[in-house]
Write a protein that binds this ligand. Structure first.
Ligand code: S3P
Length: 743
């Protein structure tokens, strides 16, 4: 059933070795129509006969020379240890311009064999490895779909002809594979760790238990754990024997690393070191969960065939109810950082289980801190003291979180080890010189990518000196970064703010018993003190509550209560601005919890009017402007924002991205270099883009309350960075927003 839907890009494909992989490749390419003729060759006559009968190939040959005549591409799909002999035979033939490629699961050894056989690797050889398989084997199991959404790794060499690489890449993509290119050595290391070592352990464990006759008995009692762990010991012994011989060096390296880790575990058990065991197990569990999430995300992407998570927000709705939005992001980050550096065990409640705060938590686990949870917002941190962090095993990945990267930069500047901090595409575009520059003035040694972007490498073993630093912008992240560096710097470190910014770091340092002096706009710490474990109750995040403050104001006949919201005066700009616009917001049940003021916020529908936003409120509402722009777009009259150029360097350029979205909905807006002018009116529906910025996605969800038609919001996956259950809570109070296809 050769469905020749495409124009052929090659004349003749020759597949040597008609097993499951070779047969599936042949069949897939044949059905794709990219090739005029597919020729198979196999030592086994029965396989050759079946291959033709089942439509896997157009014809078969028994001799290599005959098969390779006029070949455009030759795919080597024989067992890995047979490659060497096959390559020697091929080297004797005139292959013309044919591109050679293979499917061997260890690449170093195939490349070595090719180099020997051809006296130098042929430029038209493209080593490859499809990561796919099945319990079945043989040509009769050939499946044109076998590689769909599976990874295929190509390992081109310096001398590989780019046009040959492109051709092999195109063939695999035509089979639906997800093709990646990497260096030979990297491929072999990755496969040794993720595939070869687990197989070795599974074979080894089953054999070790089975060969002692008294142990045969224990299989009778073996439970799920044993079954799960040893499933792969049922794999083909000959094939695996080949793979270990072929990928010897890389396997030995991973095995040696694993042996020393296993020895450390053995010692911990021997010494009754529960702390060490708990550390290893919690880190492993988190890593496994993370891996599970990646797989789940891949499943989602597979199903939708796109990475775009779309929110569909339908117009209208009256809001009511009492909700508690998740924990404050800024305070959650700081609780992990200070809890880790404290002496003793810190208990945190109300911790935000969003991706950003979890990135900070994982960073400290990577640096050897034992952290239990989070479980329903509870986290237990076994502090290691100011000098107890250990070098992480590799670069620390901080996802989308600017706060993690900037605060960590300060805290790591005086550690005895080097660390590299990396992030996702959005974080990789954000400016880090604002922290790197003053930290260098204190004596830190920091490398960044071009124009001060991440990744950032912070070199260890530096002695920092305190200084007085006048910040050029009002930034709590820069202030906090320098105060954390100040804990390690000789003498005192003073940060001078051009305008007040959130002061959670100062409050929490005091909560951990560390002295901080505040004198007007100057904050000072001195080194030489210690942090003592504390109990932290994280209030609900006013930045998350802000979406509901605007929602409750603009929806008709609505009344909402937002419980236990942090109302630290350095964060309440959003309430002040909304009240100036005419909003009806009251603070009830005001109290102080763990050094932070907290209140229940009641919001009722109100007629909003446009205002000139006082510039001194800008830093106090810095994260709330996207949703404030929505309020302005339906308010009566003009709203003008100035002095907010910082919005251009948040998770997205929030001035431009909001302006684009509001314009798409028919609003009258004009972005300016440091703000925006919005003439209130009505909003229509349509498609808007959040550019991966969580707060933009949630703001347009709120806009739907007053839109005349549905709003489709693209690229919403990052809502999980700060507000994982946003859709649930929004639905609970009456906002009609859901993931598209799931409403
Ligand atoms: C934060 C400070 C602010 C804010 C960010 C969190 C913090 O950033 O936008 O979401 O936790 O210190 P800047 O310091 O860059 O203004």
């Amino acid at each position: 059933m050769a469905a020749h839907q495409r124009t052929p890009i090659i004349e003749r494909l020759v597949v040597v070795g008609l097993g499951l992989i070779g047969g599936s490749f042949a069949k897939g390419v044949r059905e794709s129509g990219l090739c005029r003729e597919v020729v198979g060759i196999d030592l086994d006559p029965e396989s050759r006969r079946l291959a033709v009968e089942l439509g896997v190939v157009d014809r078969c040959e028994a001799e290599l020379a005959a098969a390779c005549q006029g070949a455009s591409v030759i795919q080597l799909a024989v067992p890995i240890l047979a490659m060497e002999k096959l390559l020697r035979e091929l080297a004797k033939l005139d292959l013309g311009d044919a591109v050679l490629t293979d499917v061997g699961s260890a690449k170093g050894n195939v490349v070595r064999a090719a180099r020997l056989a051809f006296d130098g690797v042929p430029v038209r050889f493209v080593p490859g490895h499809p990561i796919a398989g099945s319990e079945q084997s043989g040509v009769e199991a050939s499946n044109a779909e076998l590689f769909r959404r599976h990874k295929v790794i190509l390992t081109p060499l310096d001398e590989t002809d780019p046009s040959a690489l492109q051709l092999v890449d195109a063939l695999w993509r035509a089979l639906g594979a997800d093709v990646e290119h990497m260096a030979v050595e990297h491929h072999d290391e990755v496969l040794a760790a993720t595939s070869h070592l687990p197989h070795l352990l599974a074979f080894g464990l089953v054999d070790s238990l089975a060969k002692r006759s008294e142990n045969l008995e224990i299989f009778r009692y073996a439970a799920g754990g044993f079954r799960d762990f040893t499933r792969i010991a049922g794999s083909d012994p000959v094939m695996w024997h080949d793979i270990f011989l072929a990928n010897r060096e890389a396997v030995l390296r991973t095995l040696d690393t694993f042996r020393s880790d296993l020895d450390a575990l053995r010692d911990a058990v021997d010494a009754g070191d529960g702390h060490q065991l708990l550390g290893v197990f919690t880190r492993a569990r988190v890593a496994r969960e993370h891996f599970g999430k990646i797989l789940a995300r891949r499943a989602y992407v597979d199903a939708a065939n796109t990475s775009d998570l779309i929110f569909l927000a339908k117009p209208g709705g009256r809001l009511s109810g009492r909700i508690r939005v998740p924990g404050d992001k800024s305070i959650s980050h700081r609780s992990i950082m200070l809890g880790s550096l404290a002496e003793g065990t810190t208990e945190v409640e109300g911790f935000l289980e969003g991706e950003d705060a979890l990135a900070t938590l994982q960073a400290f686990r990577d640096m050897g801190v034992v952290i239990e949870g989070p479980h329903h917002g509870r986290v237990t941190i076994h502090g290691v003291g100011l000098h107890g962090l250990k070098a992480p095993p590799g670069p620390i990945y901080l996802g989308n979180s600017g706060t993690s990267m900037r605060l960590l930069a300060g805290l790591l500047a005086a550690q005895p080890f080097d660390v590299t901090l990396t992030g996702d595409a959005s974080l990789s575009k954000r400016p880090m010189n604002r922290v790197a520059k003053p930290l260098r003035e204190m004596g830190a040694l920091i490398d960044t990518a071009a124009e001060g972007r991440p990744p950032m490498t912070i070199h260890g073993g530096r002695r920092l000196g305190g200084m007085a630093y006048e910040m050029p912008m009002a930034s709590a992240q820069v202030k906090s970064c320098l105060l954390l560096a100040g804990l390690y710097a000789a003498g005192s470190t003073t940060v001078i703010e051009p305008a007040p910014t959130r002061d959670h770091t100062e409050r929490m340092l005091r909560g951990f018993g560390y002295p901080v002096t505040v004198d007007g706009n100057k904050v000072t710490v001195e080194s030489g003190h210690k942090l003592t474990a504390a109990h932290i109750e994280v209030p609900a995040d006013i930045s998350s509550a802000a979406f509901f403050l605007v929602a409750g104001s603009i929806a008709e006949d609505s009344e909402l209560v937002l419980e236990h919201v942090g109302v630290n005066p350095t964060r309440t700009g959003v309430i002040d601005i909304l009240r100036l616009m005419g909003a009806d917001i009251t603070l009830e049940n005001q109290r102080e919890v763990g050094g932070e003021p907290v209140a229940d916020l009641r919001v009722r529908s109100a007629k909003l009017k446009g205002i000139d936003i006082p510039e001194d409120l800008v830093p106090l509402a810095i994260d709330e402007f996207p949703v404030l722009f929505v309020a302005a777009a339906i308010a009566e009259g003009r709203t003008v924002l100035r002095g907010a150029e910082e919005l251009r360097v948040k998770e997205s350029d929030r001035i431009q991205v909001m302006a684009d979205g509001l314009l798409a909905l028919g609003a009258k807006v004009e972005p300016t270099p440091d703000g925006i002018i919005i003439d209130g009116g009505t909003l229509g529906g349509g498609d808007v883009h959040s550019h991966g910025d969580h707060r933009i996605a949630m703001s347009f969800s709120v806009a739907s309350l007053r839109a005349t038609a549905p709003i489709r919001i693209h690229d919403c996956a990052n809502v999980a960075t700060s507000f994982p259950n946003f859709l649930g809570l929004a639905g609970q109070v009456g906002i009609r927003v859901a993931q598209e296809g799931k409403s």
